[in-house]
Design a protein around this ligand. Structure first.
Ligand code: ME8
Length: 644
């Protein structure tokens, strides 16, 4: 590996807000960037947003705003999310940036000038969600083979890029550079795709205008993937900044999801060949984060919003889960239960507890001051020392091979070994000996192990590393490097500062009702309010009337088995009887509810709570003391009366 490292994430579509799947790629990229910086490499880490194309233009039109206003707002939410997740990128390329516009036009012009772009007419199929052209024989049941959604027939004059001409050269390149397409299974897929025949690619559109104009023919806008892929050059100042290009190109790693490998390993290298630029070292196509074994997607209504999760659990549990739970390259499952179990087991029990118990003992035996390692190490000490001493180098080796979860697992083996070491060396027995030298050594070894763990963990979990460093009484974490993660760097005499546990356990019981609800596929969420809408919500009377509020008489009420917050109600809403499951068990006894005339939303989409159908929602307010009270009307108002 070269000692400079240019890595990128995909630039995401601001057609909607980002979900945990996008956070996955970017967290991995950020951790790799932080690691390589820590290991002394010169790193350039770029992300961005892919703002042109038919999909975005349509999404903006549906909202009745300009595409620019639409993307500006969503891109701001991307940056907010990256900030919340402690993502430290060096550049953020927006494809609406002027510099990108220039780069794309230069690329298009150059390839045109040397004869690899020509004008013809296109007649074929287009998948707008994937922004992909398809020839008929690749369709599956007439739908997009990737996302299975319907395709549209497109007939228009277009510019074409001679992909087919480059197929033999690309195949040869892939064969000679096994590191280019990773993991290997994806390489085989790509090779088969190329061998099955490459068609020239349509690289301009005329039927909409939200894009970068073709420099010599402004009836056409550049095809969105041709536009988007160029971002990796825009970040280096192409075509103006030769110095940046010399320093960073070719990229070392394009990190992408498996579904966009074709663009990055076929179209992109051929564009580069046509430009006479070198091909990136590696494109790694990771697997998908699934939700209950299903692909997350807005249309399925099963996306997880990372901002909500961060609010509940903090950033590092989420960063850790994403990188540790999924075997990098393969698909992996996200579930709230697995997130909580990982956090409790690895972060609270193993790491948090190790720090806590070690510093408690150090406080008790040495007033929190790191002692001298006085006694010569025995075999048990030496095993710990050797493992800790070599760990940095072995993690570095694993990360060079992009074995992310193995790298974390290797670090957590040290956490496990250190916990076992405490039990084996039992400082509480050593303190009883007249000679305190063994106790000194054991305590030194423990705190030194913690120092090495803090250093190695911080590229993955920046907040955790910093908290550990502070409790160990150390300073200047940001100036430390991999060379500091070797045995013996801790100075005796350091005054540690034990603090609160760094990862409080999450009580599964408390989370249970919430968790189970969260894991049930939700009905499709309505689009999020825009920032403006969320600030001072003014709705029209028509909006209000969409919500059908009616008086309901409670006929029966009973507790729901296994859910101590929930009651199951049968209510009369005039025309029919409905079942409603409501979280009011802590506030009302079932027998007190029967006969009450309450207000419910009758046209809410039904949901299942704890396996029970709930067909409506009741209105209630909560007092400052936390007491919940149902909104009621007098029994004179019959069930079914509209409330407005
Ligand atoms: O494809 N699991 O943008 P996009 C894992 N604009 N990763 C996921 C994921 C999931 N469930 N969902 C999304 C585009 N991703 C183009 C890219 S690049 C020149 C242009 C991640 O917003 C993953 O990295 O659809 C995937 O490739 C990317 O988001 C797709 O983001």
């Amino acid at each position: 590996m070269s000692e400079r490292f240019y890595l990128t994430t995909p630039i995401y579509y601001p057609s909607d807000h980002l979900h945990i799947g996008h956070a996955y790629t970017t967290t991995v990229a950020d951790s790799l960037a932080r690691w390589h910086r820590f290991a002394g490499r010169d790193v350039y880490f770029v992300t961005g947003s892919d703002e042109h194309g038919q999909k975005i233009q349509r999404a903006a039109a549906a909202k009745g705003i300009t595409p620019q206003a639409y993307v500006d707002e969503i891109v701001a939410s991307f940056k907010h999310l990256w900030n919340e997740m402690n993502i430290e990128y060096d550049d953020f390329v927006r494809t609406t940036d002027h510099r990108h516009h220039e780069a794309v036009q230069a690329v298009f012009q150059r390839i045109y000038d040397q004869g690899d772009i020509y004008k013809s007419s296109y007649e074929g199929w287009y998948c707008t969600p994937c922004e992909t052209f398809w020839v008929e024989n690749r369709l599956v049941d007439g739908n997009c083979p990737d996302c299975k959604r319907p395709v549209e027939l497109v007939e228009e004059e277009s510019y074409f890029f001679r992909l087919s001409k480059y197929a033999p050269r690309l195949l040869e390149y892939i064969e000679e550079h096994p590191e280019f397409i990773q993991p290997e299974t994806r390489r085989n897929e790509m090779v088969n795709f190329i061998k099955s025949g490459l068609e020239d690619l349509c690289v301009s559109r005329t039927t909409f205008d939200w894009g970068i104009p073709v420099p010599f023919d402004d009836k056409h806008v550049v095809y969105v993937w041709f536009d988007a892929l160029t971002n990796y050059l825009t970040a280096l100042g192409y075509p103006h900044d030769g110095e940046m290009m010399d320093r960073w190109w070719p990229a070392n790693l394009h990190l992408v999801g498996k579904e966009i490998m074709r663009f990055h390993t076929i179209i992109w290298p051929i564009m580069l060949m046509a430009l006479d630029l070198p091909i990136p070292e590696t494109v790694f196509g990771h697997g998908w984060l699934l939700f209950d074994s299903d692909k997350m997607s807005k249309s399925k209504g099963n996306v997880i919003d990372p901002v909500v999760l961060i609010g509940e659990f903090g950033v590092d549990p989420i960063r850790y889960f994403l990188m540790r739970e999924v075997s990098f390259g393969q698909d992996g499952n996200f579930s709230r239960k697995a997130l909580i179990e990982r956090t409790n087991a690895d972060l609270a029990n193993d790491l948090g507890n190790l720090l806590n118990r070690s510093l408690s003992m150090l406080n008790r035996y040495f007033n929190g001051v790191v002692p001298e390692p006085l006694a010569a190490p025995n075999a048990v000490d030496q095993a710990l020392i050797d493992y800790a001493d070599n760990l940095g180098a072995s993690v570095d080796g694993l990360l060079k091979e992009l074995k992310l979860n193995e790298a974390l697992s290797r670090i957590w083996q040290l956490v496990g070994k250190a916990n076992k070491y405490v039990d084996e060396r039992a400082p509480w027995n050593l303190v009883k000996l007249e000679d305190q030298s063994e106790l000194s050594s054991v305590m030194y070894n423990l705190v030194e192990t913690l120092r090495i763990i803090a250093l190695l963990v911080q590229p993955f979990l920046p907040e955790t590393g910093a908290k550990m460093w502070a409790q160990l009484g150390l300073e200047g974490l940001e100036t430390k490097g991999l060379e500091d993660a070797v045995w013996g760097g801790l100075a005796s005499g350091t005054q540690t500062v034990k603090g609160d546990p760094i990862f409080p356990r999450i009580e599964i019981d408390k989370d249970k009702a919430k968790g189970e609800r969260a894991q049930e596929p939700k009905p499709k969420p309505s689009p999020k309010p825009t920032l403006k809408e969320a600030e001072g919500v003014l709705i029209s009377i028509d909006d209000f009337m969409k919500c059908e509020l009616v008086v309901a008489k409670i006929m029966e009420a009973e507790p729901l088995k296994g859910a101590d917050r929930l009651l199951k109600l049968q209510v009369d809403i005039g025309a029919e009887r409905r079942q409603i499951v409501a979280g009011i068990a802590k506030h009302y006894a079932p027998e007190d509810l029967v006969g009450m005339h309450i207000v419910v939303v009758q046209n809410l989409k039904p949901a299942k709570l704890r396996g029970e159908l709930s067909e409506g929602m009741l209105l209630a307010a909560t007092s400052p003391q936390g007491k919940l009270e149902l909104v009621t009307v007098s029994p004179d108002i019959p069930a079914g009366s509209r409330v407005k």
